[in-house]
Design a protein around this ligand. Structure first.
Ligand SMILES: [Zn+2]
Length: 170
């Protein structure tokens, strides 16, 4: 009796582990590859990302990001429902890009990559400030989102770690 209960418990634990693995693996359903930052991201982008982490007093998120480069603009539009002037989108620890060759040809590959990776490292920050903060950090001051961010940022005496920790939601 005791041993059958034990094996039943073992069975339940196994099922739970499989479910857990399924949850972990779900983002890879797109057949995307998961890259470790240091192995894959161009060194220039990695350095900028680490600079940002330092300035913001953040560390890399515990959840890895999954990066998927679509094979065509049609596929990109199909998966993201975004117009072609959007190079990539970040959502829920997953980044979907336009085909890499196209971004490279437009000379925006590294910028778009950094932009989306910053969404990833800011995963806990209130979404209404993410876009503005990222555009501001990357020098796109003309974007309207930057004003929304800067208005609030001023209240924190332009202290990035303070601002981020105040609006951190996770
Ligand atoms: Zn963005």
């Amino acid at each position: 009796m005791e041993s059958s209960r034990k094996s039943q418990r073992l069975f339940t634990i196994c099922i739970l582990k499989i479910l857990f693995l399924l949850v972990i693996l779900t983002p890879t359903q797109l057949k995307s590859e998961e890259y470790m930052l240091k192995e894959y991201i161009p060194i220039g982008v990695t350095l900028q990302l680490y600079n940002f982490l330092q300035e913001a007093s953040l560390t890399l998120p515990p959840t890895p990001v999954t990066i998927y480069y679509t094979k065509s603009l049609t596929e990109f539009h199909y998966l993201t429902d975004m117009p072609y002037n959007i190079g990539g989108i970040y959502e829920n620890f997953q980044i979907i890009f336009q085909p890499r060759e196209i971004l490279v040809k437009k000379k925006i590959f590294e910028k778009v990559l950094l932009h989306e990776l910053l969404h990833w490292v800011l995963y806990g920050l209130s979404e209404k400030y993410q876009e503005g903060l990222i555009y501001w950090y990357m020098g796109y001051y003309e974007k309207k989102e930057v004003d929304i961010f800067l208005n609030k940022f001023a209240d924190f005496n332009y202290e990035l770690p303070l601002f981020i920790s105040y609006y951190w939601e996770k």
